[in-house]
Design a protein. Structure first.
Length: 17
């Protein structure tokens, strides 16, 4: 959940898989 993403996932935390 945004873990494998850069730093932006903070906003897509619930959207990033």
């Amino acid at each position: 959940c945004g873990r494998h993403h850069p730093v932006v996932p903070a906003a897509n935390f619930g959207v990033s898989a």
